[in-house]
Design a protein around this ligand. Structure first.
Ligand SMILES: CC(C)(COP(=O)(O)OP(=O)(O)OC[C@H]1O[C@@H](n2cnc3c(N)ncnc32)[C@H](O)[C@@H]1OP(=O)(O)O)[C@@H](O)C(=O)NCCC(=O)NCCS
Length: 327
């Protein structure tokens, strides 16, 4: 049975998992979890083709690159939820508040306006241990991050995935994100930026203007996104069609705002460059629910490192939380 516990923002939202995964536990990572998360990151990255990795494959494991990654994804601007099977970290996913000071923030490529920066959040870095794939954990973690972003009043969600990362693209689109930018992130590594606008009434799809494009036709996808289209669907590979390649459907967006602006619409898809980082704060006390368990946190990561008293108190990976089984 799935779980349903409503937690008032800015507390952490529940993570709903099927009963079969109720033995998993979860907590927000802190810098104290760096070794465990880097171990999973190294394992996962080393199995991925170079073109699908966001980090430069040559430098991905360099100490300074790993340190920068930890500072960003376990730092004050990040909320990174990790799932554990016993003591083993088996998956994690990060939500970063959008930050115009961060040159790597996808908001730059989307050319966000000032108001859109204030309501943006980046669903960054999701990794699942190979032994736990196929259980829809990415989808669960996408939906959890959406709820978390809403609790921070962040209504413009962004996600990035390499154009060849079929599972990740389909999971993001399945959660309601649409392709809004296509471009070369690194030489020979093309990426989609997907967005979901939770603010009602920004735009409506133009039913009369849509186009199906081969997944591999990145040039056409790029033209369409630059022209105000968004990728919203992917063909199933019907056996009667016998197509070797699936196609993406792009629909034109009709802006509803008086100014006629689409949130985050890109007119020039040139790539400005990447580099370093910087961070403001989300955080806040909260309660997360994982696999039938309500997990209560006493405060933001740095303040949560004290033993919890009373029944159900537990300590996992350096973070304390109490658990309450809910059927
Ligand atoms: C992309 C990723 C997060 C998806 O995780 P997930 O929660 O397992 O996703 P799903 O449960 O939706 O499974 C997706 C597909 O992976 C398949 N899969 C891949 N490896 C598998 C394995 N070892 N065991 C079972 N299924 C596996 C599943 O069969 C499923 O395909 P299907 O829908 O045709 O059945 C995960 O594959 C991963 O960590 N990849 C490397 C890092 C990455 O690409 N992250 C995303 C960056 S944007």
């Amino acid at each position: 049975m799935s779980t349903t516990v409503v937690v008032t923002p800015p507390e952490l939202p529940p993570l709903r998992l099927p009963r079969a995964l109720a033995h998993l536990t979860g907590h927000l990572l802190t810098p104290a979890d760096a070794d465990a998360v880097l171990t999973l990151r190294r394992t996962v990255l080393s199995t991925m083709p170079a073109a699908l990795r966001v980090a430069d494959p040559v430098r991905a494991f360099a100490p300074e690159v790993e340190q920068a990654w930890v500072a960003k994804h376990l730092g004050p601007r990040a909320s990174t939820l990790a799932l554990f099977d016993g003591q083993t970290l088996i998956a994690f996913a990060c939500l970063l508040l959008a930050d115009a000071q961060d040159p790597e923030d996808p908001g730059h490529l989307l050319k966000l306006s000032d108001p859109d920066w204030q309501r943006g959040a980046h669903m960054a870095a999701c990794m699942v241990n190979e032994d736990y794939r196929g259980l829809h954990l990415q989808t669960k973690l996408l939906n959890w991050r959406r709820s978390l972003a809403e609790s921070h009043h962040r209504t413009l969600l962004m996600g990035m995935t390499a154009c060849g990362n079929t599972y990740s693209r389909r999971n993001m689109m399945g959660c309601g994100l649409g392709i809004q930018w296509v471009g070369e992130w690194r030489p020979d590594s093309w990426w989609h930026i997907l967005t979901m606008d939770l603010k009602p009434g920004a735009w409506v799809p133009d039913d009369t203007r849509h186009e199906w494009v081969e997944v591999s036709n990145l040039a056409r996808q790029r033209e369409l996104t630059a022209d105000g289209y968004v990728g919203v669907a992917e063909t199933a590979l019907y056996s009667m069609e016998r197509r070797k390649e699936s196609r993406l459907q792009f629909v034109h967006r009709i802006p509803l705002s008086p100014q006629g602006n689409l949130p985050g619409q890109v007119t020039d898809q040139s790539f400005a460059g990447l580099p370093q980082e910087r961070l403001p704060p989300p955080g806040g006390p909260g309660t997360a629910r994982v696999g039938g368990t309500v997990t209560s946190f006493a405060g933001p990561p740095q303040e949560r490192l004290h033993p919890l008293g009373g029944p159900g108190g537990a300590r996992v990976g350096g973070t304390d939380f109490s658990t309450e089984r809910v059927e």
